[in-house]
Design a protein around this ligand. Sequence first.
Ligand SMILES: CC(C)(COP(=O)(O)OP(=O)(O)OC[C@H]1O[C@@H](n2cnc3c(N)ncnc32)[C@H](O)[C@@H]1OP(=O)(O)O)[C@@H](O)C(=O)NCCC(=O)NCCS
Length: 174
Amino acid sequence: MDDELPSVAGALIRNPVPGDHPRVLAAMDRWWAGSGGKERALVLPRFYFQHFTGGSELVEHDGTVIAFLIGFLSQSRPGESYVHFSGVSPDYRGRGIAQHLYTRFFAYSVRNGRSVVRAVTPAGNAGSYAFHTGIGFVAEPGPAELDGRPYQPDYDGPGFDRVTFLRRLDDLTA
Ligand SMILES: CC(C)(COP(=O)(O)OP(=O)(O)OC[C@H]1O[C@@H](n2cnc3c(N)ncnc32)[C@H](O)[C@@H]1OP(=O)(O)O)[C@@H](O)C(=O)NCCC(=O)NCCS
């Protein structure tokens, strides 16, 4: 059954299904119109909505997607899970929605025996950096720094510099 999102009356949280893929891409196009919506959509191929749905969630309000988190349990590292991408509609930011989705993903990770959550973000994304560190992620030390944010040059390929984060879940397992 869908869960309610506490901060927005009538908004419901559920795992995504393949039919949500075009709706999420369309939402991203709207949210980031003129500032890379199409490019960001490339990070979300349909397979995430087919094969990575157990830990991923989206939020709908009045029939519209307003937020999502795509994450999964690592296949290769039995103690870890990974958040691939998350987004909140600009109209709904600052209400703790992303924090709520991450908190649910942390709980899902703990239930499945994970003790660390990992995530990465572009080195230039100061807002994402503030968000991640604000909810308990730590940036791993890097050989380079931008405005005080350590990052790994060329982490995702030439020119794709990334901050690599980890969030230990000890506070949730104790
Ligand atoms: C980053 C993002 C997901 C945050 O969503 P949100 O629902 O507005 O975040 P929340 O309201 O849950 O914020 C949680 C905390 O992070 C802080 N925070 C969130 N966005 C922030 C920003 N841009 N700058 C500074 N702090 C920020 C909030 O102030 C809050 O801290 P508080 O509890 O001390 O008040 C949203 O801004 C977004 O979709 N950005 C574009 C996509 C992106 O960068 N995704 C993340 C990487 S995949």
